[in-house]
Design a binder for this molecule. Structure first.
Ligand SMILES: *Cc1c(COP(=O)(O)O)cnc(C)c1O
Length: 233
């Protein structure tokens, strides 16, 4: 049984340490607790111990938990998102981390418009080039973002997101995170209307320290907070 209070404190301490070592302000790194498969009671405990942001990867699961916990915490959609499931989360999310194609942008924009909201999104980029990973090719990102700026007024792009592969050396992971940071600088320099490049969502339990060293502003942490996930519950 994981002690949630202790693991939250440990991760927070560790984030502060890495920030200090790399000359960053810990206030600039958001801890996003990844709560997929985690029970609502445990999420409530985590909220009581100071968690303010949670991430889910299944829209229906986010909706179910939102109906219980509501605005006690801010909700993030992480991981691939099917267009036909946008409707479950559109009125609940603080940030969508996985905008990676025009058809999804169209759906988010239309649904957002319907409810009179602007939805914050990160563009997911596949820096590693792994077949299995979702996300745009880095070469396609600039054009995609220009298109969003022009066509989707109810989407506000706030930055980029990526996932590193699990089974590679630290050097390789660092290269991927640095690649995302460099891409965000490149996009920022394009000065595209209504596009911010303030957020970099990168780093999970196994690699968040490297991600912070390379400029992450959001780390998405599940296992190190809640223990190994049980997908059977
Ligand atoms: C599950 C998940 C995480 C958290 O992974 P851990 O290794 O458990 O910290 C982060 N990001 C995404 C997109 C995920 O699906």
């Amino acid at each position: 049984m994981t002690n949630i209070k202790e693991s939250i404190e440990n991760i927070r301490k560790s984030i502060v340490e890495v920030c200090q070592k790399s000359g960053r302000n810990p206030d600039d790194v958001m801890l996003l607790a990844v709560t997929k498969t985690v029970d609502v009671d445990i999420i409530e405990d985590a909220i009581n111990y100071g968690i303010t942001q949670v991430g889910e990867n299944k829209p229906q699961e986010l909706k179910r938990k939102y109906e219980i916990l509501g605005d006690k915490v801010k909700w993030h959609q992480i991981g691939s998102l099917q267009s036909n499931k946008v409707k479950y989360i559109i009125d609940k999310v603080e940030l969508i981390h996985s905008l990676d194609r025009v058809s999804l942008a169209e759906e988010i924009d239309a649904r957002a418009k319907n409810i009179g909201r602007t939805i914050n999104c990160l563009v997911q980029v596949n820096i590693s080039g792994e077949e299995s990973k979702h996300g745009l090719d880095p070469d396609e990102a600039v054009e995609f973002i220009k298109k969003c700026s022009k066509n989707y007024k109810n989407i506000k792009i706030k930055g980029l997101m990526t996932m590193a592969p699990y089974d590679v050396e630290e050097d390789e992971i660092r290269k991927i995170f640095r690649g995302l940071k460099n891409l965000s600088i490149k996009i920022e320099n394009e000065k595209i209307h209504n596009i911010d490049m303030t957020e970099l969502s990168m780093g999970m339990s196994g690699d968040y320290k490297i991600a912070i060293e390379e400029g992450a502003t959001i780390v998405r942490i599940g296992t190190s907070l809640f223990g190994k996930r049980n997908y059977n519950v």
